[in-house]
Write a protein that binds this ligand. Structure first.
Ligand SMILES: O=C(O)CC[C@@H]1NC(=O)NC1=O
Ligand SMILES: [Fe+3]
Length: 408
């Protein structure tokens, strides 16, 4: 066989459900790469003959290889910070009170409207590099801090540009319906019209978004307004997803599932009817423990119901300046288990195989199998559970993106 590289002295957590072992594990494995794709993966004893003289051989020192991590929900392009609100909340103000008094998202919007694309790119670059150093090879980046056409386009252009300058695949999401801007505080319907009739066409004209998202909540957009935006996005051929049931149950998840949403996100207040709707539509349930932790929420998402109805569970950082200023995908693995009681295998599936499904790229990444993109990490761990168990000691030894070593 003629391959570009071969890895041995490794164990592989393929996350491939067709491999009948926890984590799709292959002990004492071998993995071969050709033209940026996985050419072969399996037990080392079954590795086909290959030209050892011309093929670079990498030894993994007995570590574990997993698919590259996928952070399927971030707001990592933004300016300013909200440390002052953090102080207010520690003095008793609630997230909703701060939002209603013009703080929250709106204060970040002001900073983003004033920032240049270059400033936003530099801010995003540092955050994307932090995730990449932890083994993230695919990330989703939302807009939503512009709330006017020019700034929403600016944020999405920066997100697209970040993908061109990093060894990370970036999927972008238009979240113009993130909050009501001050200039439309008395005309929410008028703002929804602006999102649908001006922003969305402009985003599409520049091919700046792969999906559209809405914040469906009492402090943001109601179910009718949300459905208008998601329907317009779907009619325009874009994927849809939804910030849903974060602080209450408006029925957003059920509505989004019926529209064929890729994922519904947060979902602490999701009920069984909503879970059943997700199960029927194949919509993923994206859990955001960083926001739950940082906002000190108490309402747990319905993990047992999601398991019962076999809804794919996703874990993501929701990295943003207000509810989850925690720029770490690995930390989310730990929080998914510690706070939401996921098993370590469910957590890793939530940041690989299921995260790929939430972004509509499950045919390319999230599982290590022949034909999939060669996006993988080598970890200094003795069992995959360590990735969720322990946090903070750099265990990511190598990152391979499209078959190229990008982080040593
Ligand atoms: O506070 C922010 O800046 C964003 C919060 C974030 N956005 C959303 O729809 N829900 C959240 O937790
Ligand atoms: Fe979010």
């Amino acid at each position: 066989m003629s391959w570009d590289q071969v890895w041995i002295d490794v164990n592989v957590a393929s996350m491939d459900p067709s491999v009948s072992a926890p984590y799709g594990a292959i002990i004492d494995a071998a993995l071969a790469v050709k033209d940026g794709k996985i050419a072969w993966v399996g037990p080392r004893g079954e590795l086909p003959e290959f030209d050892v003289m011309s093929t670079p051989l990498y030894r993994g020192k007995g570590g574990w290889i997993t698919p590259g991590l996928i952070d399927a929900h971030t707001h990592l392009v933004f300016a300013g910070n909200r440390a002052n609100e953090f102080e207010k909340r520690l003095q008793g103000a609630s997230y909703e009170e701060i939002a209603r008094s013009g703080g929250g998202i709106i204060s970040t919007v002001k900073a983003c409207r004033e920032a240049s694309e270059a400033e936003l790119f530099e801010l995003g670059r540092k955050r994307l590099n932090a995730l990449a150093k932890e083994g993230v090879t695919t990330v989703e980046i939302k807009s939503g801090y512009g709330l006017d056409t020019a700034t929403e386009l600016k944020l999405l252009r920066v997100a697209r540009e970040l993908g061109k300058h990093h060894h990370v695949d970036v999927k972008t999401t238009f979240l113009g319906a993130h909050a009501i801007p001050p200039e439309y505080k008395d005309d929410v319907e008028g703002y929804v019209d602006l999102v649908i009739n001006e922003m969305l066409p402009a985003v599409i004209a520049e091919d700046l978004a792969d999906a559209v998202d809405v914040f469906c909540e009492n402090i943001a957009f109601n179910i009718e307004q949300t459905e208008r935006v998601l329907t317009a996005a779907k009619d325009a051929g874009l994927d849809i997803k939804l910030h849903a049931e974060q602080l209450s149950n408006l029925g957003g998840s059920t509505m989004a599932a019926k529209l064929g949403a890729k994922s519904v996100d947060h979902i602490e207040y999701l009920d069984e009817d909503g879970v059943v709707a997700l199960s029927k539509s194949g919509t993923c349930a994206t859990l955001l423990p960083g926001a739950f932790y940082f906002l000190r929420e108490t309402q747990m998402p319905p993990i047992d119901l999601l398991r019962k109805h076999k809804v794919p569970m996703v874990l993501a950082s929701d990295y943003n300046p207000g509810s989850s200023p925690l720029c770490s995908s690995l930390l989310m693995l730990n929080m998914g288990c510690t706070l939401f009681r996921l098993t370590p295998e469910e957590a890793l599936a939530g940041m690989t195989r299921n995260a790929a499904k939430a972004l509509g790229v499950e045919d390319k990444v999230g599982v290590l199998a022949a034909g999939m993109q060669a996006d993988f990490c080598l970890w200094d761990i003795s069992t995959p559970a360590e990735l969720a168990y322990s946090y903070g000691v750099g265990v990511c030894l190598e990152v391979v993106k499209d078959g190229h070593l990008v982080h040593q």
